[in-house]
Design a protein around this ligand. Structure first.
Ligand SMILES: Nc1ncnc2c1ncn2[C@@H]1O[C@H](COP(=O)(O)OP(=O)(O)OP(=O)(O)O)[C@@H](O)[C@H]1O
Ligand SMILES: [Mg+2]
Length: 184
């Protein structure tokens, strides 16, 4: 079973390929309403309506799907299999937002996976792109904003090993307080 964090990595790759320089990743875990929401938004080149329709519903067009790829269809399928769905909003020249949700307790829902390593991998390999990562668990929220870190770091590159390990510690501690010591 594919971890959801790997889907996040896939979708973020699309934003990077679309020349985004700001990507926001928001995860909301709401046990009380049995929902898991993942939202990824970018300020990349965007898509026209026709493109948005084509990638949202890949099973109609068979072979054409191969031509446009599998990242979005796979995540879409993962959502619908778990009583959720995906909405894509995009505007040419402005950016794209992918919103998807799952029934939290659905038996087929893949685990979230290691979000800390996923976010750090994105930052490490794309230091010039700003990432705003928000994770909400039952109304409690943590955030990592590379724009803030870059401000503090000045000339020091954000993907410098010491900065990365500082961010890792920061995220670990944040998650601990978020989940109140529950397993991650
Ligand atoms: N954030 C985005 N901004 C602009 N265009 C996008 C974005 N996400 C997807 N697209 C367009 O939709 C296409 C399909 O995306 P999808 O992730 O399904 O497949 P892919 O990226 O082409 O291939 P794969 O993910 O399988 O490597 C992309 O090739 C791109 O043209
Ligand atoms: Mg892709």
């Amino acid at each position: 079973m594919k971890e959801l964090s790997l889907h996040v990595l896939d979708i973020v790759q699309n934003s990077i390929a679309a020349d985004a320089n700001l990507i926001t990743i928001r995860i909301v875990e709401k046990i009380t309403t049995d929902r898991l929401v993942i939202e990824i938004a970018d300020n990349g080149r965007g898509m026209d309506n026709e493109m948005v329709q084509k990638i949202k519903d890949p099973f109609v067009t068979g072979r054409k799907i191969r031509k446009v790829g599998l990242g979005i269809p796979l995540l879409h399928k993962a959502c619908t299999r778990c009583g959720g769905d995906m909405v894509i909003e995009s505007e040419l020249g402005k950016g794209t937002k992918i919103l998807c949700w799952f029934i939290y307790s659905h038996i087929d829902r893949a685990p979230l996976g290691n979000m800390i390593d996923t976010i750090l991998t994105i930052i490490m390999t794309n230091p010039e792109i700003d990432i705003v990562y928000t994770h909400n668990y039952e109304g409690k929220e943590i955030q990592l904003d590379t724009r803030e870190i870059k401000k503090i770091m000045g000339e020091v590159p954000i993907n410098q090993p010491q900065v990365l390990s500082w961010m890792k510690e920061y995220l670990k501690e944040s998650f601990n307080s978020l989940y109140g010591g529950a397993n991650i």
